[in-house]
Ligand binder design. Structure first.
Ligand SMILES: *[C@@H]1O[C@H](CO)[C@@H](O)[C@H](O)[C@H]1NC(C)=O
Ligand SMILES: *[C@@H]1O[C@H](CO)[C@@H](O)[C@H](O)[C@H]1NC(C)=O
Length: 993
């Protein structure tokens, strides 16, 4: 065996990665400890000459394809043993012997007639060590007419492939559109001929040899740079070039390495690995390609499946799973939803495990948080914008103020609504989006699947608790035509999942919003792919914002007749001018824009292009601070918000509020309120003008009988105790109370004895086990002024419902931060630390405050900063403050104005006569007797009972005065000033301080 030839090596093991022709193989090292792809070598079988395949644009030599196919099928992917017998540096080729098991590959090729054997070596020793045997085998093959020695006339011509024009590098050869029209979605047999980079292959389409470049759909590998760079060659070989002293011609290794230095764009990290990965699996293999579509440059996108044992593997998925390609949305739009989902989750998985190209993957700050397993059904109460709605959750009682949930639509973004208050116009198509959704959704039943919550980055960490909750909303009943637009209507699989139209998809398919380009780690809609599909459909069809149509950026000009703070009089006058127009047409159509209170609304009257404040005549709902005010508003929002209604206007009041009746779906809304016990009939101005007044009366009667809501304490013939804005009837109501807090000026808070709500709240608080609960996490809980919370009372460490009255500016920074709280069930106020606060759950916070503010009737008690004010408060405290001491409080008057003390407000203030259960005189009287209060001025129009009360008190005041008690210390302090609560000034000489 000749071993002296230049470049000869010892034996190696390797795997055949490619078979470029009938006499050459690319062999790659089987295992390597080095990073990156293993070294490889192209070996031409020594002493053989196979016919040459066509170069681009050329033709095959006869039998070239058969020859290549024989060697390819024999060797591709197989493990071989090989050695280089000699090298010819001038042409950069190495010639060697390759063994497949114990078979000499060259011998197999020659004996099948697929290559010629060179007669003699060009240089001494440059021949196969098996030269003689090869010559003998060649003779045999010739004799038998095998392979290229086929004796059939015409066989040589027939072996030349009829190649169609190449489709590579010149798209004009292939009309991608026509090609796809014919072949899209069909699996097609191909042989892969080239792999320019990991995610691009060039194939012969069989049987026609159409040469096509395929981008692997859905993924992209790192770029190989401007010029392809071969992988390193065996090191040993590079050295052998040097030892030969042959400096004139570069060694193969040098040649291969050389272009790198001239390259403008070197390969990106892991580009070479990705290319190698793809080559090992598909190069020179028979694969199946499913053409899926094309990109915007007309490049064909396809899914590539290669055999692996008995199964077929998806090249895209394998690349992504191994961190050698990235999922790319714009190359995936042609794929089925399932395939995309698989790729995306594999991509995320590879990123999380930082595989290969994701080694330095940085997930960044995650602002979104998944919400698991939260589904509900409900009715759409309000459409805030194209991507935000308010839904009343069915699991709450109908009309409960707690039922409303604001839901942002997952993964979509609509143009922003403007802000008329600062003259900011809506972005193009914002109004269209909202109106589109309003007409489809308002009042409709929907399924909601909550998916994630998200804090806008600008709000995160700034103490701003602006948390947005996102979900997919499905409309169960649909408007005609919407079904066709939103393709994937029924969300797939999991049991119990809602069916219906995905509202987000509907908006997107109309071109009225866009799909959010989430970062990898962000939560998203479970139906994200349908959204993307809808978006590409909308873009393709040029709908909505993708069209060249002009958008309405401003609603039509509307005269706003609702009063603003600074221009009441002007508005009122304008409203009066409009009255004839609104009165004229009897019933007119309006849209409810806002529910101001249970019986007051802002309405848009399209026909008159004006918006008005409108109140139901003949009924009154509880005021803002009264119980059931929220319920009345919630019920009306549920029934009326953004609906078309009919109104009949009677008149307009001095403030410019129109009065009249309102119907939704032919239902008189006043009856709805009355029937629910959320309003009272008010016919003080006569009932003859009110339409359907008999219905109203019947509705109120029914609520009274059933003791609903504001009638809960109603007893036939007695005056109601709750939410009654004015006193009615003759007999005065008496409450059994305990005094819980004493303020100045004769004001104090009481709790009603035996109030079921007190017990219920205490029970709920006890069940929370707050005593041992850890302090709240700073940042997660940011109570602000006016927020309801739970606070720990310093005197007995009990937990109580409270309202924040004062909070530190900015975000909480320490558990010691101080908050001033008002205990809404007791009426007292104190400063506590952040560590003494807990968030309150809705069920607990919704019950109305139980502390009732009272004042002593018929008497004037000095305030704390006035003389004898502190004494009076002290006396009052000493005589009332004890939880075991019960009083009867006779309600003499209700005053809805004085209810706001220190900004808390707990409903109307009750003016009472307070008598201890076992006492002979009232607390009111006792204060007068002590000289710590004086009686109120008499008025000309005093009613009889008031006169009697004042007469009685007069005696005690006379007694105090003559005894010079308290404020009478210096004689008569009577002042003529009507509205001062206590002696306005001390007499000369001063009193005690
Ligand atoms: C991969 O190769 C193809 C064909 O040369 C080229 O068009 C494509 O841009 C390459 N991809 C990357 C990521 O470099
Ligand atoms: C007008 O508005 C004022 C303040 O809002 C209110 O006190 C008054 O009762 C209103 N008048 C009428 C007639 O509604």
């Amino acid at each position: 065996m000749a071993t002296s030839a230049a470049g000869a090596t010892g034996w190696y093991k390797g795997r055949v990665k490619a078979v470029p022709s009938g006499d050459s193989l690319v062999i790659v090292a089987i295992s390597t400890t080095k990073k990156g792809p293993p070294p490889e070598k192209t070996v031409t079988l020594a002493s053989l000459m196979a016919p040459k395949l066509a170069r681009r644009g050329g033709v095959d030599e006869p039998f070239a394809w058969g020859s290549r196919e024989f060697l390819r099928k024999l060797c591709i992917g197989k493990e071989v043993t090989f050695k280089v017998d000699y090298a010819v540096p001038s042409i950069g080729r190495e010639f060697g012997t390759v063994f497949l098991g114990d078979k000499n590959v060259a011998a197999l090729v020659v004996s099948e007639g697929w290559a010629k054997v060179r007669e003699q070596a060009s240089q001494k020793g440059d021949a196969s060590p098996f030269h003689a045997e090869l010559l003998r085998l060649e003779e045999q093959a010739k004799e038998q007419g095998l392979g290229r020695w086929d004796k059939d006339p015409g066989a040589a011509e027939a072996s030349i492939r009829d190649l169609p024009p190449s489709a590579i590098g010149d798209a004009s050869y292939l009309n991608a559109e026509a090609f796809l029209a014919e072949n899209k979605g069909k699996p097609m047999e191909c042989i892969v001929e080239q792999v320019p980079n990991g995610s691009t292959i060039r194939v012969y389409l069989l049987p026609d040899f159409q040469f096509i470049q395929v981008y692997v759909a859905g993924v992209q590998c790192p770029s190989m740079g401007r010029r392809a760079l071969a992988v390193p060659v065996l090191e040993k070989e590079a050295k052998s070039g040097e030892t030969n002293g042959d400096t004139s011609a570069p060694s193969a290794a040098e040649r291969v390495a050389a272009p790198a230095t001239h390259q403008e764009n070197p390969p990106q990290p892991f580009a070479v690995e990705a290319k190698h990965f793809t080559e090992l699996r598909v190069l020179n293999r028979e694969v199946r390609v499913v053409f899926e579509g094309k990109d915007k440059h007309g490049n064909l996108l396809g899914s590539v499946y290669y055999p692996d044992g008995d199964t077929a593997k998806d090249l895209a998925l394998e690349l992504v799973e191994n961190g050698l390609a990235e999922y790319v949305e714009w190359r995936a739009s042609c794929l089925e939803e399932d395939a995309r989902r698989r790729l995306r989750s594999a991509d995320l998985e590879a990123k999380k495990s930082r595989r290969n190209m994701h080694t330095n993957y940085n997930p960044g700050v995650k602002n979104s948080k998944a919400i698991h397993d939260q589904k509900f059904t409900g009715k759409v109460v309000e459409v805030v914008s194209g991507d935000c709605i308010v839904v009343a959750d069915d699991s709450f009682p109908c009309g409960s103020p707690l039922a409303e949930r604001r839901v942002f639509l997952s993964s979509i973004k609509c143009p922003k609504m403007g802000n008329p208050r600062v003259d900011k116009p809506a972005e193009p198509f914002a109004l269209e989006a909202k109106e589109f959704l309003r007409t489809r959704l308002i009042g409709k039943q929907v399924h909601v699947q909550m998916e994630y919550s998200w804090t806008p980055p600008e709000a995160a960490g700034s103490g701003d608790s602006r948390l947005m909750h996102f979900g997919s909303v499905f409309l169960t009943s649909s408007t005609k035509g919407d079904n066709a637009e939103a393709s994937a209507t029924a969300p797939p699989t999991t049991a119990g999942q809602p069916a219906g139209i995905n509202v987000a998809e509907l908006i997107i398919s109309r071109g009225l919003g866009e799909v959010i380009k989430h970062r990898d780690q962000d939560e998203r809609s479970s139906y994200y792919d349908s959204l993307l599909n809808a978006e590409s459909r909308a873009t393709g069809a040029k709908r909505g914002k993708h069209s060249s149509k002009e958008s309405i950026t401003k609603p039509m000009h509307i005269t706003d007749l609702t009063s603003s703070k600074n221009n009441n009089a002007g508005i009122a006058k304008k409203a009066k001018d409009f009255l004839p127009f609104l009165q004229r047409g009897r019933k007119i159509t309006a849209v409810v824009e806002y529910v101001l209170s249970g019986h007051r609304f802002k309405l848009l009257v399209p026909k008159e292009t004006c918006s008005i404040a409108f109140a139901l005549s003949g009924v009154r709902c509880p005021g803002r601070d009264e119980p059931y005010s929220d319920e009345a508003i919630a019920l009306m929002r549920l029934r009326l918000m953004q609906r078309e209604v009919e109104i009949e206007v009677e008149t307009v009041d001095r403030n410019g509020t129109f009065l009249g009746s309102l119907w939704e779906s032919r239902t008189n809304m006043a009856t709805v309120l009355l029937e629910a016990g959320l309003a009272k009939l008010q016919t003080a101005f006569g009932s003859d003008r009110i339409p359907e007044v008999h219905l109203l009366e019947r509705a109120e009667q029914s609520a009274k009988k059933r003791k609903l809501k504001i009638w809960e304490n109603y007893v036939e013939g007695e005056v109601v105790s709750n939410g009654a804005p004015t006193m009615e009837g003759k007999q005065k109501e008496v409450l059994k109370v305990v005094v819980t807090e004493v303020l100045g000026a004769g004001k104090f808070y009481v709790q009603t004895v035996g109030d079921q709500r007190v017990a219920s709240i205490q029970q709920q608080l006890a069940s929370l086990n707050l005593q041992d609960s850890p302090p709240p996490v700073i940042g997660a809980f940011n109570p602000k002024k006016e927020d309801k919370v739970l606070a720990q009372f310093s005197a007995d460490n009990s937990w109580n419902r409270a309202i924040i009255v004062n909070a530190p500016k900015g975000a909480v920074s320490s558990p010691k931060d101080k908050f001033e709280v008002f205990y809404i069930d007791y009426g007292n106020q104190e400063e506590v630390t952040y560590a003494n606060l807990r968030p309150i759950e809705p069920a607990l916070s919704s019950a109305p405050p139980l502390a009732q503010l009272c004042t002593l009737a018929y008497v004037r008690v000095p305030d704390l900063d006035q003389d004898f004010g502190p004494d009076a408060a002290e006396f009052l405290s000493a005589n009332t403050l004890s939880t075991s001491k019960e009083f009867r409080a006779k309600i003499e008057e209700r005053d809805s104005i004085g209810g706001k003390v220190k900004g808390q407000g707990t409903g109307p203030i009750l003016s009472v006569t307070l008598v201890a259960v076992d006492a002979e005189i009232s607390v009111n009287t006792a204060l007068v007797q002590e000289g710590l209060a004086r009686i109120e001025k008499r008025r000309k129009w005093d009613q009889k009972d008031r006169k009697v009360a004042l007469d009685n008190l007069e005696k005690f005041q006379d007694e105090a005065r003559s005894a010079r008690r308290g404020m009478w210390e210096y004689g008569d302090v009577e002042s003529d000033e009507e509205d001062v609560a206590a002696p306005p000034a001390r007499k000369a000489g001063g009193g005690r301080r």
